[in-house]
Ligand binder design. Structure first.
Ligand SMILES: Cc1cc2nc3c(=O)[nH]c(=O)nc-3n(C[C@H](O)[C@H](O)[C@H](O)COP(=O)(O)OP(=O)(O)OC[C@H]3O[C@@H](n4cnc5c(N)ncnc54)[C@H](O)[C@@H]3O)c2cc1C
Length: 427
């Protein structure tokens, strides 16, 4: 009962899911379609915690991931004179502590590369033992899909951007927050209604590192509902993250414009910031990896329609501000592969229903933040900033005492995952 599956998107979730599914049955035919000509290695730091490290360990990849992790030693909240207001340490992967730095912090590009290369290695070793040249995993780059047709029961007919048409048992939309596959399968209206804005504009880019810049991340709150993070973590460059809750037509409208226009809108919004203004605005202008968007969560009532299913950010993006997005991708990949392996080709619909049901608690946990709560972190006045600084100082001092000696606390995140012996993982 082998499956013929199309996965759209070779980010984090596409290759992770494909690897897990292939382990359940080496005879599955899996195609991963990526719009870009190669895998996209952009992005700043992402963290791996909760169930993420457990799943990677089962996949045999945790050591490789750990070897690529960056060395961030914690987070300092600083005032406009760079004076430390509060300091937070590194949280063990299994514990949710206040602060930004987790035990496993990795650049998004390194994570994508590890998964991509591991999927190629796994496929080569499976293909070496297979007699059927049509089975296995293959990547198709530089293409996308332009139409999906589910009129034929239990099949999805796909038209590709090069005009080719193919039939699949299942299409997995792993093409990120702005998923084109979601739009094609669920319709424009449903897809649009899934976007929940958090009212935050965000930009990420790399800056030249200052000599002796600390391996601690720094966070600064500025009047006008602005927040800046710098993250160096022993790398030759520093990651800069700008966030603002300012209501600005220029910012809201810039995402439909060129990168230059987006840079201009963010430079204007942060020009008069009272910390590292020159470094940030000139670094922003000269950066080659600038990426900006309005933070939105994706909330879908259903994760599948017919035999098209949403995975990762396409189905349940929590936003980098709430965190745990990569963790959710890995949990989604594991549960979707597990349910398909359990139900088999004859019962894909039951597998997709069960995937939806089992994902809900994980999704709800990651998406449980409202714009109102977030706005507390973006004070507009100096008085508001003073209040947030006092709070940060109190939380940091209290948590340091509270967590002292608690490194060995039991990590029970793996126990929350359903077990799938069908995936042939060592668990
Ligand atoms: C360039 C980039 C930079 C990012 N930077 C950060 C960051 O700094 N911090 C952070 O927390 N998160 C970042 N993210 C988001 C982060 O990767 C995701 O939140 C998370 O890892 C979920 O991964 P995903 O696989 O669901 O989606 P993504 O990682 O977004 O991957 C989706 C993939 O699908 C491809 N794709 C999109 N549309 C199509 C299409 N129509 N046809 C075929 N392929 C398509 C994309 O090129 C991409 O490779 C970034 C994402 C991207 C794509």
């Amino acid at each position: 009962m082998t499956l013929n599956v199309l996965v759209v998107g070779a980010g984090v979730s596409g290759p992770a899911f494909a690897m897990l599914l292939q382990r359940s049955n080496p005879k599955h035919k899996i195609t991963i379609l990526e719009r870009s000509p190669t895998i996209r290695l952009g992005g700043q730091q992402i963290d791996l915690k909760n169930q993420g490290p457990h799943i990677l360990r089962q996949m045999g990849l945790l050591d490789e991931i750990k070897a690529k992790c960056v060395d961030e030693t914690g987070l300092e909240v600083v005032d406009s004179k760079d004076k430390t207001i509060a300091r937070f340490g590194v949280a063990p992967a299994g514990q949710r502590r206040p602060g930004l730095t987790s035990e496993h912090e990795i650049l998004r590009g390194d994570m994508v590369q590890v998964l991509y290369e591991a999927s190629i290695r796994q496929n080569q070793s499976i293909k070496a033992q297979s007699e059927d040249p049509d089975t296995g995993l293959r990547y198709v780059f530089g293409q996308t899909i332009v139409a999906l047709d589910q009129r034929e029961n239990d099949n999805v007919d796909v038209t590709f951007s090069n005009g080719e048409k193919k039939r699949y048992d299942l299409v997995v939309a792993a093409d990120g927050q702005w998923s084109h596959t979601r739009r094609l399968a669920f319709g424009e209206e449903t897809s649009k209604a899934a976007f929940r804005s958090l009212g935050i504009h965000a930009a990420y880019f790399s800056l030249p590192r200052i000599e002796n810049e600390a391996t601690l991340a720094k966070a600064h709150l500025a009047p006008g509902r602005r927040m800046v993070f710098t993250r160096t973590s022993g790398r030759p460059v520093t990651g800069a993250l700008l966030f603002t809750m300012q209501k600005s037509e220029k910012l809201s409208g810039c995402y439909r414009e060129s990168i230059e226009k987006q840079k201009e809108a963010f430079a204007e919004a942060f020009r008069d910031i009272d910390w590292q203004a020159d470094r940030l605005t000139s670094g922003l202008k000269s950066s080659s990896d600038f990426y900006a968007h309005e933070l939105c969560q994706i909330k879908m009532k259903e994760l599948s329609t017919g035999h098209v299913v949403l995975l990762g950010d396409a189905g349940y993006c929590p936003t980098p501000f709430t965190g745990l997005g990569t963790n959710l991708c890995l949990v989604g990949s594991y549960i979707l592969a597990g349910e398909l392996a359990r139900h088999g080709r004859s019962n894909i619909s039951a597998a997709l229903r069960s995937y939806d049901e089992k994902m809900r608690p994980f999704i709800d946990e990651c998406q449980s933040i409202s714009p109102t709560t977030l706005s507390l972190f973006f004070p507009s006045s100096r008085l508001g900033i003073w209040a947030m600084h006092s709070l940060a100082w109190a939380v940091a001092s209290f948590s340091e005492r509270f967590w002292q000696g608690q490194e060995e606390l039991k990590d029970d995140h793996a126990e929350k995952l359903p077990m799938y012996p069908e995936l042939n993982l060592p668990w």
